[in-house]
Design a protein around this ligand. Sequence first.
Ligand code: EPZ
Length: 420
Amino acid sequence: MDRIRIRGGRPLSGEIKVGGAKNAALPLMVAGLLTDERLVLSNVPQLADIQTMSLLLAQHGIAVERVTNDGRTLSLGGPITNTEAPYDIVRKMRASFLVLGPLLARVGEARVSLPGGCAIGARPIDLHLKGLEQLGARIVLEGGYIDARIDGRLKGAAIVFPFVSVGATENLLMAASLAEGRTVLANAAREPEIGDLAACLVAMGARIEGIGSDKLTIDGVDTLHGATHAIIPDRIETGSYACAAAISGGSVFLRDARLEHLGATVRILREAGVDIAEEPGGLMVKRLNGLHGVDAMTEPYPGFPTDMQAQFMALMSVAEGASMVTETIFENRFMHVPELNRMGARINVHGASAIVRGVPGLSGAPVMATDLRASLSLILAGLAAQGETMVNRVYHLDRGYEAVEQKLAACGVDIERIPA
Ligand code: EPZ
């Protein structure tokens, strides 16, 4: 397994190009199942998860072709020839479960492996299943797989989510686009990635009202046609590199970053002493003076994102004063804490909250990446630490961050990947 070695203590200085959003690209690729015409996606990030999704779609008969050699523009299309999403793919990437609604909507059947839990929590999919049953699907759980069927077409329904779920909103939004009649999704997720998916579906001929709000109204159509869609920039990558600039005491221009997608992240980082300014073509992020401890609680968009929690905690570990970080979305998303404490951080976890007492500095150490965002938080700590930090198991990182070592090295960081 590859490792990443960092020698800390250098302020970042330079420019980082923010890539296409992983959590928009994945559902957008699944939308390729909704039409037998070609869906062309540009600004596709080069990530392990994108490769896994391409594998899964090929399994269903949807060819994923590179329009540009760099793989940043993909053309998806073809008839659905297989409706099974196998365990060995779904277990690697939970977003695979998003194929359930589109397969049901297109061909009336699907056999999708249950995703199982993952490092950060049990991550059930009950909201996906209940919503699809309300659209008329018959769902049976058998042998670790979901067998779903509909005789004829899915029928529109009024669905109220008991709590916000990004994936359930996406699954039902895609299924409802081809259902007969009207579907209303109340208490829907409002993440920018949902808006990007909805905009692409509209370009494909879907009829969707309320985009950007927590109530989506979809009037199903008989068929969807092909479209060309540019994927929005990744707001979590943006927030992650903003933390990199801040924790190193440097200044970085984040090309293509969009302030309006960052939600509460902007307010919280500014309160902590990070300067974030819109400039033509992106955001300028710098740390002028000291960092202050600021409390943060993760919430659905536009609240502070759970996907920024680990990175923010690394930043707070070297801030002046204390910070209380509360994780309300996932039940086990503090696995970066013991690793940060190995580097000299002073973090105590009490249930869903962690108290971070800022320390003057961190010291480099060998640490273990446990999940995608935790990996980045350890790299951030390495930027600020004196001495050498070795981050192990960086395959987690490669799922969601493209070319981290190149992007940071271009800003003056002493960082290299050590192949297994
Ligand atoms: C998406 O996961 C993202 N993944 C996650 O990003 C992100 O952390 C999460 O949304 C929250 O913003 C992708 O978009 C591919 P949820 P998803 O359904 O859809 C519970 C990353 O680091 N729940 O909004 O799986 C669930 O257990 C990843 O890029 C149910 O109980 O998240 C969780 O506690 C990590 N039943 C909460 O809701 C359900 O049917 C929110 O989950 C569905 C969810």
